[in-house]
Design a protein around this ligand. Sequence first.
Ligand code: FAD
Length: 380
Amino acid sequence: MTAFSLEPEQLAWCERLRTLAAQRLRPLADQGDPGHVNRPLVAELGAAGLLARLFTSGALDLCLMRESLAYACTEAETALALQGLGAHPVHAHGTEAQRARWLPRVSDGTAVAAFALSEPAAGSDAAALSLGAEPDGRSGWRLTGDKCWISNAPEADLYTVFARTTPGAGARGVTAFLVPADRPGLTGTPLDMLSPHPIGALAFDAVPVTADDVLGEPDRGFRVAMGTLNLFRPSVGAFAVGMARAALDATLAHTRAREAFGGTLRDLQTVSHQVAEMALRTEAARLMVYAAATAYDENAQDVPGRAAMAKLLATETAQYVVDRAVQLHGARALQRGHLLEHLYREVRAPRIYEGASEVQRDIIAKELYRTTDTTGEARA
Ligand SMILES: Cc1cc2nc3c(=O)[nH]c(=O)nc-3n(C[C@H](O)[C@H](O)[C@H](O)COP(=O)(O)OP(=O)(O)OC[C@H]3O[C@@H](n4cnc5c(N)ncnc54)[C@H](O)[C@@H]3O)c2cc1C
């Protein structure tokens, strides 16, 4: 297939996922406690086979899942994505024992995973992280410090934790550890966000870890983090595209039906042109997301730049589209419980997490200069 058209089977799969999200996942999401892990919802994602697919399918399938679920149930989309983000390092870098212990439970939704990179003093500049791993015995460490803005914390069952094993070494002195939630010294507190997102802060008080808990190699953990983000960045874009498409479709329905000035809103050209612009930008974002995911699946050289472009364009586009949709709906969009009131709150965070928009521009520029020579030609 090409990046620009989906196969009939893929389109049919997306349709089935939207139906699943609307009929089976939406009711479970509505019963959840906002801001907390919704275990029945996670279990249903497992029962539907979607969590297992996180580890068997590629980046494009991940995007199609996230876009389709987001269209009808952002909470389900986020629960799926967080299982992937937290457990992908185990899948890609874990030992046989680590994989055997955790991946079946993450896949059936009985274990909840989290990805703990950000700290109070190291967000965008993640390589400055300071949660310390002090040597303890022949092959162990003690983790001491804080993580914050960690999705699924403090309720997750396993954490991929990035800690500093070599002080002063920047990105080269970071190790990824798989830390089960019941390790002594690990505590956490929930944080209350604008959108209903399970998230919290973690405090590590000399939490013991051993060589058996390392994901990948000591001091090579930053590569684990960046590899995971390269896979997930286009799919954050897919989440945004799913929200934009939901906002666009709601706007089409509303402007077609809403009567004003002797006709309907769609009869006003300033309205229909705004709808056209929303569709144009959403489609451009969708294509760029699929292209970046396809590049990842084909192991292309230009994945970091493409992933950054896709995430940047799609998240900024979704913000624009949802805002336009609110405007064209008028007051009803702002009423608590309206789809657009929900999307208006949901759409904001993806422009900040997994690299803020400014960080994506940094990556795009760095890749451009890295891959071209002084004349601007691509390097051989
Ligand atoms: C809903 C949500 C879920 C999250 N989930 C997780 C998670 O599961 N795991 C995890 O580890 N983290 C998570 N985070 C944290 C997220 O990754 C960080 O918020 C993000 O990396 C930005 O860090 P910061 O908030 O400390 O902002 P800062 O790094 O302080 O940046 C603030 C602002 O400064 C500007 N800025 C920063 N760097 C640059 C630059 N190089 N050039 C120009 N401008 C710049 C940007 O406008 C940026 O938004 C989550 C955040 C949110 C909101």
